[in-house]
Design a protein around this ligand. Structure first.
Ligand code: BGC
Length: 247
């Protein structure tokens, strides 16, 4: 199989593309629709169907991977941070499969991005522990040990002053509070210092929408661990979901 379809469901947008698996690159346009307000299951499903229609792959027999912003075990979503509470304990994989009328591979969004960067991007060939973090509506994380994914790490929910640290440190916090890059980087420093102390990683990869502007904040961080932007930026989730679907 040389191609597969990836869908990346985020707190703000639902993105999709057809991925060339040999090169780990999009071979179609990248289509995007806003995540429906409240992100209720039926509305999210309808939007996923719409992005597949826009790509012209609704009837395709290519493998389909769907990345989703929650911890996922055996096809069930176990958390709901920037989406409707209905997802907690929900049989989400079956719900999408029934709704789309086909089988899917269902995976956490940051884990998908981590797999894309390990197979085709900034963490290719990296030894020992790579931690990818996505800085977007929330903060997602993926641990890759010698390229193998350890799923559902959820570092955005480390506790900071009684709340999930992503409320204070995600890119959405910078936008909401209109922080300068310096003020935001100071918050990121607290987050990455803590993660570095806990796990002593060998490489940090930064993904999510803000990885388009790495020069604005990565040089402001002072860490022992090398820290680099994701090569596939905001398409990592699509590419990783497609790549996992083809496994
Ligand atoms: C969710 C994670 C997700 C991250 C990025 C967090 O709020 O708990 O599962 O990976 O947002 O979307």
């Amino acid at each position: 199989m040389t191609s597969a379809i990836g869908v990346d469901i985020g707190g703000t947008g639902i993105k999709a593309g057809v991925v060339n698996l040999e090169h780990g690159k999009l071979e179609s346009d990248r289509v995007r629709l806003p995540t429906p307000r409240g992100a209720q299951p039926a509305d999210v499903l309808a939007t996923v169907q719409q992005v597949l229609d826009m790509l012209g792959v609704s009837d395709s027999s290519l493998p389909l991977g769907v990345a989703f912003p929650a911890s996922i075990k055996e096809g069930r979503t176990l958390s709901a941070a920037n989406i409707a509470q209905e997802w907690i304990g929900f049989e989400a994989e079956k719900f999408f499969e029934n709704g789309l009328g086909r089988s899917i591979t269902f995976v956490n969004d940051a884990d998908a991005a981590g797999v894309a960067e390990a197979r085709h991007g900034a963490a290719r060939g990296a030894r020992r522990l790579t931690i990818l973090t996505t800085l977007g509506t929330g903060i997602g994380s993926a641990f890759l040990y010698n390229g193998t994914l350890v799923p559902n790490t959820e570092l955005g929910h480390l506790n900071y002053e009684g709340d999930s640290i992503e409320r204070w440190t995600a890119y959405s916090a910078m936008e909401r509070e209109q922080l300068s890059w310096q003020d935001w980087a100071a918050r990121l420093q607290v987050f990455y210092d803590h993660v570095e102390f806990l796990f002593t990683p060998d490489l940090f990869v930064v993904g999510g929408g803000v990885s388009k502007h790495p020069e604005n904040f990565i040089p402001l961080l002072n860490l022992r661990t090398p820290i680099v932007p994701a090569i596939h930026r905001n398409s990592s989730g699509i590419i990783g979901a497609a790549s996992l679907a083809a496994d």
